[in-house]
Design a protein around this ligand. Structure first.
Ligand code: FMN
Length: 153
């Protein structure tokens, strides 16, 4: 079975889904054939796949300056498997309505679980994905791929 990168996200109104999809599109352009990339809704979280994955992109809307509950559940659930997630490369992203404080909470959660956190947290207002954001997505994904490939050697 091919080793997998997973984009785990929650989206109610579609903005975060759209950004997740953009990660998927950009990643697909340069991911080597021996790897796969999967989009996974937080409501359909498959912990076994996440534990076995070689890198995770995790995205949430900003809810009251924090990550959405469904994304918090992911972090709550993985504590008992923290050794499987330690040093796994992770990229965080959020969409927001003009605040964006959820980026900080996502950063803290990723660091707390000792992921290999690929900074910065990517933050987009609603669905306004700029070319600068796309360049940052590509840069972060290239870093994640390099870390995963080095671990895979
Ligand atoms: C319950 C709720 C709370 C929200 N709280 C905030 C907030 O504190 N700060 C902010 O910038 N946007 C806030 N928003 C706006 C959303 O973060 C923003 O519209 C986001 O892009 C929605 O993502 P989605 O389209 O993927 O559901 C809130 C939206 C909802 C529904």
């Amino acid at each position: 079975m091919k080793k997998k990168f997973i984009i785990l996200y929650y989206s109610k109104e579609g903005n975060t889904h759209q950004l997740a999809k953009r990660f998927w599109d950009i990643f697909r352009e340069f991911i080597p054939n021996r790897y796969e990339i999967e989009m996974m809704k937080a409501q359909e979280m498959d912990l076994e796949s996440l534990r076995a994955s070689i890198g995770i992109v995790v995205g949430s809307p900003d809810y009251y300056g924090y990550v959405a509950g469904q994304i918090k559940i992911f972090f709550d659930e993985i504590l008992e498997y923290k050794k499987d997630f330690k040093n796994k490369p992770a990229i965080g992203f959020i969409t927001h309505g003009g605040g964006g404080d959820a980026a900080k909470s996502l950063q803290i959660l990723i660091d707390h679980l000792k992921f290999n956190n690929i900074n910065p947290i990517i933050s987009v207002k609603e669905n306004k994905i700029t070319s600068k954001t796309e360049a940052q997505i590509q840069k972060s994904l290239m870093k994640m791929l390099k870390i995963a490939e080095d671990a895979d050697d």
